[in-house]
Design a protein around this ligand. Structure first.
Ligand SMILES: [Zn+2]
Length: 408
């Protein structure tokens, strides 16, 4: 522990920062290559291999379509014996996602994708940032080894994080903390949101199937109309967030699809609604499950129909470790970034599966809303400078985790 209370040495941090800067031209080239040739969720092997090779470990173990790359602490593990930097020492895991979205790109970049997939969520920048950080750590060394988690299927289900977190390959590595950085358009460039506590919501899928009785459209009294029951259900669900959840607790009930009928003059036999339920609190999550089910069943019954409700639990709440957030904020400021971003949303990220098991931190790095359109937009294209912000934020998270794991 140094006199300023930080385990990691500011001088070492400066050397790591300089090494990251030296890696930026190659990381930028790599970003363009990954962006030009994106892989969809469930098919990320090519991208995973590129990143593992760039991180200096082409033989890194696979977990489904992803890979786990161990980066040893190196010779200059300061204040520790060489053996402390070895495989038995608790690692800091740093995650990047590998997958692109099924979108047709509209950025006009010379290195735009033409294969119908697109890195419209910034994962290309996250990967390039992790490569710059990981290579710098391999060259300079640090207080602790890193496990670079190259995770598949962040955008699609089944969740890649769930596969990684329950894999024997991850269990074989002692991990003390998990860190990730995600781009966000609502923050200014250079600003990093680093807050303790919940920052993303739990996310559960709901399917409501309403059974009625088919009839000729001109003889509605002969049937039981599931479309009217479905419309009533959509409206009835709107009171749950406004009347049943504490107004100080963020939560969402959104119906995203409504499907029913095949002819304009027929009352169909059934209607199906699908939607998403979001909450920041496990008790609210349980309450939403119960009240959505009750509301759908009773509303359908009042129309002479019958509803069955199927809820599939998805990601838990993403809750940042407050101490890790505080320690990382100190390093962010030292590394030239502004750690004062405020970013909590009812978005969801499967990083929360790690966070349920390890002290974890998800930081959000600003791209600027007026600079580029938001995430998942076909014109989303953060500038190459964002790679440096992501790499520095990962370094800050790593140093913060080293401080955390060193104890008081
Ligand atoms: Zn993403």
């Amino acid at each position: 522990m140094t006199a300023n209370g930080l385990t990691a040495d500011p001088e070492l941090a400066s050397r790591l920062l300089a090494a990251i800067e030296a890696e930026l031209p190659a990381a930028t080239e790599l970003r363009h290559q990954i962006h030009r040739e994106p892989d969809l969720g469930g098919h990320e092997e090519r991208t995973a291999t590129r990143i593992a090779e760039a991180l200096g470990d082409p033989g890194a173990p696979w977990v489904t379509q992803g890979r786990l790359v161990r980066i040893p602490a190196g010779a200059s593990a300061y204040g520790d014996s060489a053996s402390d930097g070895g495989p038995a020492r608790a690692h800091v895991a740093v995650r990047t996602e590998l997958d692109a979205l099924p979108l047709t790109e509209e950025t006009g970049a010379p290195w735009a994708s033409v294969n119908g997939a697109m890195h419209a969520c910034g994962h290309d920048v996250h990967m390039a940032g992790l490569v710059a950080f990981g290579r710098a750590l391999r060259a300079v060394g640090g207080p602790r080894p890193v496990l670079a988690v190259l995770q598949p299927r962040e955008e699609s289900s089944p969740s890649g994080a769930l596969d990684v977190v329950s894999s024997p390959e991850l269990a074989a590595v002692p991990v003390g903390a998990f860190v990730a950085v995600h781009m966000h358009a609502s923050l200014r460039p250079g600003t990093i949101a680093v807050q303790g506590g919940p920052v993303n919501a739990s996310s559960d899928d709901v399917t409501i199937t309403i059974e009625g009785r088919p009839a000729h459209a001109a003889y509605p009294h002969m049937g039981r109309d599931p479309i009217v029951a479905a419309a009533g259900t959509v409206m009835a669900l709107q009171h749950l967030v406004s009347r049943r959840i504490d107004p100080m607790h963020p939560s969402v009930v959104t119906v995203g699809t409504v499907q029913a009928g095949t002819a304009h003059n027929q009352i169909p036999g059934s209607a199906v609604l699908t939607g998403t339920l979001r909450a920041f609190d496990e008790a609210d999550r349980d309450l939403l499950h119960a009240t959505v089910t009750e509301t759908a069943e009773l509303t359908a019954r009042s129309y002479g129909c019958r509803a069955t409700v199927d809820i599939v639990r998805g990601e838990p709440v993403l809750r940042n470790d407050p101490q890790l957030a505080r320690m990382t904020a100190t390093w962010l400021a030292r590394l030239g970034l502004d750690p004062h971003g405020d970013m909590r949303s009812c978005g969801a990220d499967d990083f929360s599966y790690y966070n349920a098991k390890y002290p974890s931190l998800m930081c959000f790095a600003g791209t600027g809303e007026d600079v580029v359109p938001g995430l998942h937009h076909p014109a989303f294209l953060p500038p190459d400078e964002a790679i440096f912000d992501v790499a520095r934020a990962m370094l800050a998270g790593y140093l913060g985790a080293c401080d955390l794991l060193a104890g008081p």
